[in-house]
Each structure stands twice: as structure tokens, then as C-alpha cells.
Design a protein around this ligand. Structure first.
Ligand SMILES: Nc1ncnc2c1ncn2[C@@H]1O[C@H](COP(=O)(O)OP(=O)(O)OP(=O)(O)O)[C@@H](O)[C@H]1O
Length: 272
């Protein structure tokens, strides 16, 4: 690798600016803008996870970093190598470098644990963790939110070809103020009462109601008042904090709403 020896450690293992990928129209299939201007900087030594719903552009982004997909516009640099200049030479140099080192400086993996059994998945995770502990920067995509939460110290979320969030895993979770309040009622219910239609409430039949809310917008006390006002005596109350599932879905939803010019909070939460 001509620009940076493997011994030199750049501050950023991956640098991406204004990255775009449009797949050309083929037959009846129209052209597809898979990446619509991504800016991303991954620090050297990071364990980085790229999350997003199906078709978000994860494989396209990782394919560009691996030298397998040619970008349409923008800049992508891996360990000081600009992938712009000549994707086929770059790829050859990366392959030579890959063959030369046991512990590569950057390892790019597209869903490494998809479709493997639990035992092999654990082995793979241990191996990847070991590489990261020895200094390899890991960049992987995953569909498993729990996997990203446990393995990755940084997470980016991509939706519809745009980056909707990039932060440390801890910050990402802390940023989200979603909570769930569950009440046990003194009677069976067949459905969420109409009086609670304004809340994001779900019935866990027959006697438990769970209401999701954001602490910045709603007080737990107001939810309890609304339930009492609907004529439902409360026997017990519990609350749960945010998890990555919730933050992930919310951020994707907000990204989509911003694209479509609609308010994000109008959308109902999707099933995980
Ligand atoms: N070779 C291709 N030609 C045309 N369109 C493509 C091609 N590869 C991907 N796409 C389209 O680009 C968009 C992004 O696809 P990509 O595979 O990067 O998403 P992804 O986030 O990895 O999705 P998944 O989680 O389903 O693998 C999708 O709409 C997909 O259909």
C-alpha cells in the first residue's frame, strides 16, 4: 500500500465524504440511488457496526470499502488508500496486503454471522473480538441489533441511502429517551380503551397495558392519570428504559420522515 505503511497508524481508518452510488437502470428496473451522500469517519481501532433495514445501502457501502463495488461519486479512503483513483489496482493492492498480514489493519465484513449456527456465531465473534483487541479496525454490517450492541463500540445507522446516526454505542443509547410504562390492571380488557387512543398503548392480554413514551415529551404521571381517567384502577406499575431496538427504529423512522418531509412522531412504532 503506497500511501501508508501497515506500521503507520492513521487516526482515521476509514474516511468517507459525499459518497454516492447509483446502480444504472437495467431492463425494466429503473436506476437506483443506493447511497445518497454519506459522510463518515471511523477511528483507527474502532469496532464499528453498520445497521439499517433491508435495502438501506449497507452492502453497497461495505462493498465500496472492500473494493468490490465502484462508487459513483465522493471520496472513500481506507487506511490512507483513496479508493477513487483506480478501483481494480486498489483492489489488487488490498488483496496483496491482505495476503501479507495475519492481523490486517482494517477488516471489512458484510453480515459475518448471518445464517450460521449459534456455536459458529460465537466462535466468529470471539475471533473478530480478538483481532480488534490486537489493533484491527473492524467494520461490519449486521441485522442483529443485539450483536451490534454487544460487539461494537461505534454504530452508524443508515436508512434509504443516508446516514441517520453515527455515535458511540453508549451515546446512541443515551440519546434516546424512549421509555415503556407497564401497568397491571384490576380487570380483563379485550382491547385498548378508546379513551387511550392518544397514547402509544399496547395491550398484553388480558390485564397489562404497555405505553411507550418519550421522557422529553410526556411525564409518566400523565400516563397514569390518563389510565385512571379511563376508569381503569391500577394495581402495579413498572417502567423500562430505552434499548437499541427502540433507538434504531426511531432513528430510521426519523430519517425516513425527514426525507419525506413528514413529522417522525406521527408514525407508529414498527414491530422489531
Ligand atoms: N447490483 C445492483 N443493481 C441494482 N440495484 C442494486 C444492486 N445492488 C443493490 N441494489 C439496490 O440498492 C439498494 C441498496 O442495496 P444494499 O444491498 O446495499 O442494501 P442493504 O442495506 O445491504 O440491504 P440488505 O440488508 O437487504 O442486504 C437496494 O434498493 C437494492 O435493491
Amino acid at each position: 500500500m503506497s500511501r501508508m505503511s501497515l506500521q503507520q497508524r492513521p487516526t482515521l481508518a476509514v474516511e468517507i465524504a459525499g459518497l454516492r452510488k447509483t446502480y444504472a437502470a437495467r431492463g425494466p428496473a429503473p436506476a437506483k440511488e443506493a447511497l445518497r451522500g454519506i459522510d463518515l469517519a471511523i477511528p483507527t481501532g474502532a469496532f464499528f457496526g453498520l445497521l439499517g433495514p433491508n435495502g438501506a445501502g449497507k452492502s453497497t457501502l461495505i462493498g465500496i470499502l472492500a473494493g468490490l463495488v465502484a462508487k459513483t461519486a465522493g471520496v472513500a479512503t481506507v487506511w490512507g488508500v483513496d479508493l477513487a483513483t483506480d478501483p481494480i489496482g486498489v483492489r489488487r493492492r488490498l488483496m496483496v496486503a491482505k495476503a501479507m498480514v495475519h492481523d490486517p489493519p482494517v477488516l471489512v465484513l458484510d453480515e459475518p454471522t448471518a445464517g450460521v449456527d449459534v456455536e459458529l456465531r460465537e466462535q466468529l465473534r470471539r475471533m473478530i473480538r480478538g483481532l480488534n483487541a490486537r489493533g484491527t479496525t473492524i467494520v461490519l454490517t449486521t441485522h442483529y441489533l443485539e450483536e451490534a450492541e454487544t460487539l461494537c463500540d461505534r454504530i452508524a445507522i443508515i436508512g434509504n441511502g443516508r446516514l441517520v446516526a453515527h455515535d458511540t454505542t453508549a451515546n446512541l443509547i443515551a440519546r434516546v429517551d424512549d421509555k415503556a410504562l407497564t401497568v397491571a390492571l384490576d380487570r380483563d380488557l379485550a382491547a385498548v380503551p378508546a379513551a387511550l387512543a392518544g397514547l402509544d398503548a399496547a395491550l398484553e392480554p388480558p390485564r397489562r397495558l404497555t405505553v411507550r413514551y418519550r421522557t422529553g415529551e410526556t411525564r409518566g404521571e400523565a400516563i397514569l392519570d390518563a389510565i385512571r381517567a379511563a376508569g381503569l384502577p391500577i394495581l402495579d406499575v413498572s417502567t423500562r428504559g430505552a434499548d437499541l431496538n427502540v433507538s434504531f427504529l426511531r432513528l430510521v423512522r426519523e430519517g425516513r420522515a425527514a426525507d419525506e418531509g413528514a413529522p417522525a412522531h406521527a408514525a407508529r412504532p414498527e414491530a422489531a
